[in-house]
Design a protein around this ligand. Sequence first.
Ligand code: SF4
Length: 278
Amino acid sequence: MPNLLAVPFSFSQSSLQDYSDCQRRFELRHIQQLHWPAEETAPALENEKRQQEGQFFHRLAQQALIGLPLDKLSPLASGEHLSRWWLNFSQAFFPITEKSLSGARLLMETSLSMPLGGHRLVAKFDLLAIHGNKITIYDWKTYHKRPKNEWMKVRLQTRVYPFLVASAAAHLNGGQPLAPEQVEMVYWYTDFPAEPAIFAYTKSQFERDQADLATLVERISNQQEFPLTRDEQKCAFCAYRSYCSRGQQAGHWQDAEVEAEAENAIEINFEQINEIEF
Ligand code: SF4
């Protein structure tokens, strides 16, 4: 069967993570674009509620960062989880970050795109803060369990985001180049406000990511077969379970290795995003 990957294809951390978790999932979701109606986690309603509140949290955080007063936004933060996340954001993240980022140029909900192996590598960022001689990438996570840093470190997002920002650093920094060491990635957990995960970036990581991502994209481009994962635990939280005959029952959302993220809940259409190309 020929590889029907669109050319150019927009590879994101999310599609690459799908490939890394299960090649068949990548094929079904991103090549065949098969929308299979199974729930990814159960109970579906609780999961859906968290996702909606997560999306709304992202919007509120963005509005706070563009300067809307917190007391005007706070009444909008109603909802079981959202009210807690917002309290943490407005009492912990915002005052500290407002001070540390004083004078920084803030780019919210910004996308970057770069060519890679005849395709594109794309990402959408919650917040990029360009300050002094540094760029900090912030990403909000509404996980109910704080993941270990070792686990986050190997996620494709922790590689793709700093790589793209380091590649675009001069463009973002008014023409002045920055070394990969001047890029850092911060995951801020809405339920664990005092425990962000901070990852520094280095030249050697940049070179490793450049080589690995190019190899991965080339491999996917030339691949004919996309096998099902052998790790059937991945199937418990996958929408294609019944399609793949890997069970009917969705795993409980509290047991999911990572919850469906707000930005992934809505399919991001990178073709329609007004992104910065460099
Ligand atoms: S159900 Fe399992 S094998 Fe099928 S796409 Fe999902 S993770 Fe892969």
